[in-house]
Design a protein around this ligand. Structure first.
Ligand code: RIB
Ligand code: CA
Length: 319
């Protein structure tokens, strides 16, 4: 029933891996997504909203409102990742919503309005893009943001290497100042899911995305929109594989038994203008002497993670 479902707000820069994560969340009956808030990142905010709306329609489940938030980063100019997700962020398949459009209201103000009226800890926040909206919410009403329960963010290279520079991961690198505000906010219950959590045995291989594709319309949609990423990986890793960062973060958030590696660390963001910009420095040995401010998930149990993807997106994931 709708009552005992855990409430979520999902913030997204909806590219092709966000879309898979959003579809998974919409089809997990244990959760109720109150709304989506949009941030620019993979693509501009309007395109990310369009991609989110199209994904909601394709998921064939309930249809939470989509509120557009930050269209620019706090300070840094936007740099789009067209080579990763295609021009419109969904594998250049011309995907667009047939029926739905963005709801009225700014994403940051709607996030605060919903949190203001919620019980302490009632709503978990999951972010899949740059942390601009969350940073703005913290700057506007820090006490209201403290009302959130868990805050699970796809961001950082975890304990591994970066995907934009040697050490920086895209969501952090796209708005390093926003990430710095979030990590220094003093908020409890924050977890960063690193890019490394979706690598290695957690990559979707050709057999697995073939199985997902054949599992039904939604599975096929989530694989086909990742075609540009598959092509990029053919060049990057020399094989057909999908590093599904946002689905990994979603699995870590909604299916905690998938989490294999996680620890609490003092982390800080490099916002200096040099080669290290956007790096999350994880103080893994405690040399800083500073108290941990965030958990870092750097690995999932491959089979549990993939079973969760198939369970929510496959034909057996009936609502
Ligand atoms: O580094 C991966 C992250 O950057 C994912 O959220 C992907 O969608 C992009 O936003
Ligand atoms: Ca994303």
């Amino acid at each position: 029933s709708m009552t005992n479902r855990k409430k979520l707000i999902i913030d997204t820069d909806c590219g092709s891996d966000d879309a898979m994560a959003i579809a998974m969340a919409l089809r997990d009956p244990r959760y109720e997504i109150l709304c989506f808030t949009i941030v620019a990142g993979n693509v501009d905010a309007r395109q990310a909203a369009s991609n989110t709306l199209a994904t909601i329609e394709r998921a064939g489940s309930y249809e939470p409102p989509v509120y557009i938030g930050a269209e620019q980063m706090l300070l840094k100019e936007l740099a789009f990742a067209y080579e990763t997700h295609g021009m419109e962020g969904m594998g250049d398949l011309g995907i667009r919503p047939e029926r739905l459009s963005p709801a009225k209201g700014h994403g940051v103000l709607k996030l605060l309005e919903i949190l203001r009226e919620s019980q302490e800890g009632e709503i978990d926040l999951i972010t899949l893009g740059p942390l601009t909206n969350l940073a703005l919410a913290i700057r506007l009403e820090p006490e209201t943001v403290r009302r959130a329960g868990r805050i699970v963010m796809m961001g950082s290279a975890g304990m591994g290497g970066g995907n934009v520079t040697a050490t920086a991961e895209f969501n952090i690198w796209q708005d390093g100042e926003a990430a710095k505000i979030v990590l220094e906010s003093g908020l409890q219950n924050m977890m960063l899911v690193g890019w490394d959590a979706c690598l290695g045995d957690c990559m979707l291989n050709e057999r697995e995305f073939g199985r997902l594709r054949d599992s039904g319309d939604l599975g096929r949609f989530t694989v086909d929109i990742n075609g540009a990423l598959m092509e990029l990986n053919r060049q990057r890793f020399g094989e057909d594989c999908l590093d599904m960062a946002d689905p990994a973060a979603m699995a870590a958030a909604l299916c905690p038994e998938c989490v294999r590696e996680v620890g609490e660390y003092y982390c800080e963001v490099d916002t200096s203008c040099g080669p290290g910009y956007g790096t999350v420095l994880v103080d893994r040995y405690g040399f800083s002497g500073k108290a941990p401010n965030v958990s870092v998930c750097s690995g999932l149990w491959p089979q549990r993670y993939k079973d969760y993807i198939f369970q929510t997106l496959g034909s057996c994931g009936k609502r």
